[in-house]
Design a protein around this ligand. Structure first.
Ligand code: MLT
Length: 255
């Protein structure tokens, strides 16, 4: 059976250790939740950029109306950008048929940190079952171990990402996967929050844990608490975004 290795912080994993393997990148509040939302809303692709300048430069190479500039710094929209990093902004009207050029403080950085991996998919609570289904199907097809990499916030481990890691760990352990210590710690944290609840009760329990997390606290402080409810909407979407490090594009996997 394959192994699930969890890394609580992208900066704690040497990119060389991810080379050639499979990685899941997680930034629940909010980058990976936003990417899932953008693709569901019909964006052609999301292109992650490290810096604001790089994002501006890249967007300017697209024909007029073809690219949407999105992202945040300090959680807030960036001057001159079309969209911030709130999943609610990524509507069909805003992004359908367009390429989103995205830069965020931690999420896009974590993604690019993992680019040596052979395959990189993105996880959030909004696509939890789709993600776990994809990982278990691939394991049956003989695919290798998975590294789940949490973005964290400015070099700090964050509860929201660890909880998602735990939710994934619980599902995969149920399918016979081996968990490393960080995966087992994350699973225990998730069990304490979820307490076997399902449906609306699970979402409520998760939303209140996210509000108490570092990332949640930051969002509440800047008046974006509504994004926490969106991020806690478990299984709202059934897609798995995949980042192709050669083309630098994130697209929804066809399932
Ligand atoms: C990030 O990438 O740092 C986050 O998604 C932060 C945020 O959305 O505020």
């Amino acid at each position: 059976m394959p192994n699930l290795r969890v890394h609580f912080l992208a900066e704690m994993v040497d990119p060389g250790d991810l080379a050639g393997g499979r990685s899941v990148v997680v930034d629940v509040l909010r980058a990976t939740t936003t990417v899932v939302s953008a693709l569901v809303a019909g964006a052609r692709a999301v292109v992650p950029c490290l810096s604001v300048d790089e994002a501006r430069r890249l967007a300017s190479t697209f024909p007029p109306g073809q690219a949407v500039l999105g992202g945040e710094r300090g959680g807030l929209p960036i001057e001159g950008f079309d969209l911030g990093n709130s999943p609610a902004e990524y509507t069909p009207r805003a992004v359908a048929g367009k390429t989103v050029v995205l830069t965020t403080t931690n999420g896009t950085k974590a993604l690019l940190h993992c680019r040596a991996a052979q395959e990189i998919v993105l996880g959030a609570f909004v696509n939890l079952s789709a993600l776990c289904g994809y990982l278990t199907q691939n394991a049956q097809a003989g695919a290798t171990d998975v590294n789940l990499v949490c973005a964290g916030t400015e070099m700090h481990v964050t509860r929201e990402d660890v909880l998602l890691a735990g939710a994934v760990a619980q599902r995969l352990a149920g399918a016979g996967w081996q968990l490393d210590d960080e995966a087992a710690i994350a699973r225990d944290a998730w069990r304490a929050v979820s307490a076997s609840a399902t449906g609306a009760e699970l979402k409520d329990r998760l939303a209140s844990a996210l509000r108490a997390s570092r990332g949640g606290g930051n969002l509440i402080q800047i008046g974006m608490a509504g994004d926490i409810e969106l991020a806690a909407d478990v299984d709202r979407f059934a897609i798995v975004p995949r980042f192709d490090a050669k083309t630098m594009r994130i697209e929804a996997l066809s399932q």
